[in-house]
Design a protein around this ligand. Structure first.
Ligand code: MV4
Length: 449
């Protein structure tokens, strides 16, 4: 059962999955585009298959090429990583049609969680707290305005097919409704081929807190605590930490219980994340469920000692979780995303060749990255270069350790956001644990952006 795994991804996450395969003694196959010939995941995998030219549409998104690569190398399982095909139910079906185990949940579950309005209804039925709003879709701006009068402004109009902030508008007053509703709907139509919208009351100044879950095929569910991902810009997370400095212990426990109930309600299997919005009064509301491993999963690994990717593979090959309920966490972990982007220039992405590369070390320091000295960043892909993850006994120590590690970390040859990460950690609102999703915008000067 699971004799060889194909990794349908690139960059740091492909490397992360390769590491898990090696520790489980399972051979692994990397796929790569013509632009990724010199990539670390190609160097580290047991076998490699080129699946097309640089643009993702011709390579990492080409289902037939990936399935073909798995077939010719004799793989019986596929790990999707995150992004690309990780939340595409068609890909899951293609895997099944070709007798490949998809390392993740079923196509049906993925589809049901991919429809954000339907997911919300499912959770509401399971008595998980959701933001007050429409029961399902709202057909037009006039209906939306009627409902908004009931809930009170401000409200959010959101695309059912959206997620991660796409196809979403904050509406402050009735006179804005028509134009913003139609704008969001046509944006969703263009982006997802589905302009279906739903409506909810807006939570002002929210925190983004998410709960990591693992579920096996027997229906056992485990939570690995929460991650606070409120430090983000335009829905791109920059810093994540666990535990959340916001939650009091009762709220944390209630959120983890809600996450477990949510997984039971939808029959979830494998690793997943439940996203919640949390307001300043510790009220939490289910937002979305991510049916994949996430970029920020390492902070949960650091505070629990659980290897999430290893567990994904174990679950996919039919093994059962040995523990259930909420697992004990220890200490504090912080992740900083090092991106090839220039904060002082509108976060413009840039590429180049890594001319000098020195990684930090010492206790409690982890780097998940595909970088090496001499590596040239291809132009086709996202700007994530590395994740610096630190662990220490408590939050203040973890912040000091992160600052020390950032100082040791040398990346030359292109512009990165490393100094911005330092300034975020030094900002009073961050140090005091008193930040919301508005943190970056509220601290532009302090962060010298
Ligand atoms: C909201 C909200 C306020 N009220 N919904 C953005 C991403 C998507 N997952 C949900 N999002 C939001 N939904 C209501 N009813 C505010 C946001 C939001 C946000 C959420 C999480 C992290 C960062 C954010 C930044 C802006 C808005």
């Amino acid at each position: 059962m699971l004799s060889k795994i194909l990794i349908a991804n690139r960059g740091e996450v492909a490397l992360r999955v390769i590491r898990a395969c090696k520790e489980l003694d399972i051979p692994c196959v990397a796929v790569y585009s013509e632009a990724d010939v010199d990539s670390m995941h190609v160097i580290e995998a047991d076998e490699t298959v080129c699946i097309g030219p640089g643009p993702v549409i011709d390579s990492y998104l080409k289902i037939a090429h990936i399935i073909g690569a798995a077939e010719i190398t004799g793989c019986d399982a596929i790990h999707p990583g995150y992004g690309f095909l990780a939340e595409n139910p068609e890909f899951v079906l293609a895997c099944e049609d070709n007798d490949m185990v998809f390392i993740g949940p079923s196509a049906d579950l993925m589809r049901r969680m991919g429809d954000k309005s339907l997911a919300k209804q499912t959770m509401k039925k399971a008595r998980i707290p959701v933001v007050p709003g429409s029961e399902g879709a709202v057909d037009n701006a006039a209906d939306a305005a009627k409902l908004a009068d009931e809930y009170g402004y401000p409200v959010m109009v959101k695309a059912s097919a959206g997620g991660g902030g796409r196809g979403m508008r904050l509406v402050h007053s009735p006179d804005e409704m028509e134009s913003l509703f139609n704008m969001a709907s046509s944006e969703a139509e263009t982006a997802f081929g589905d302009g279906t919208m739903y409506l909810e009351k807006a939570i002002v100044g929210p925190h983004h807190v998410e709960v990591q879950v693992l579920a096996d095929r027997a229906g056992s569910v485990l939570t690995l605590g929460e991650r606070d991902c409120s430090v983000q810009r335009r829905h791109q997370k920059l810093v994540e930490e666990s535990p959340s400095p916001l939650l009091d212990p009762e709220t944390r426990q209630k959120m983890c219980e809600a996450a477990i109930a949510a997984c039971r309600a939808c029959g979830y299997m494998n690793a997943g994340t439940l996203e919640f919005l949390v307001d300043n009064d510790q009220n939490f509301y289910f937002m979305e469920m991510n049916t994949r491993v996430q970029v920020e999963h390492p902070v949960s690994e650091m505070v629990t000692g659980v290897d999430i990717v290893r567990e994904q593979i174990r679950i996919a090959r039919g093994e059962l979780l040995t523990m259930t309920g909420a697992i004990q966490t220890r200490g504090h972990a912080i992740e900083l995303r090092i991106n090839a982007e220039d904060p002082s220039n509108g976060f413009r992405p840039n590429t180049g060749t890594i001319s000098r590369y020195v990684t930090p070390g010492g206790p409690g320091v982890r780097i998940d990255s595909h970088l090496y000295e001499g590596y040239t960043i291809p132009v086709f892909y996202d700007s994530l270069l590395a994740k610096l993850i630190v662990w220490d006994v408590d939050r203040p120590s973890a912040i000091r350790r992160a600052l020390r590690a950032l100082d040791e970390y040398v990346i030359e040859g292109l512009v990165t956001n490393k100094d911005l990460c330092t300034r975020i950690l030094e900002a009073p609102a961050f140090r005091d644990g008193e930040y919301t999703t508005a943190f970056i915008e509220e601290n532009m000067e302090l962060l010298e952006i």
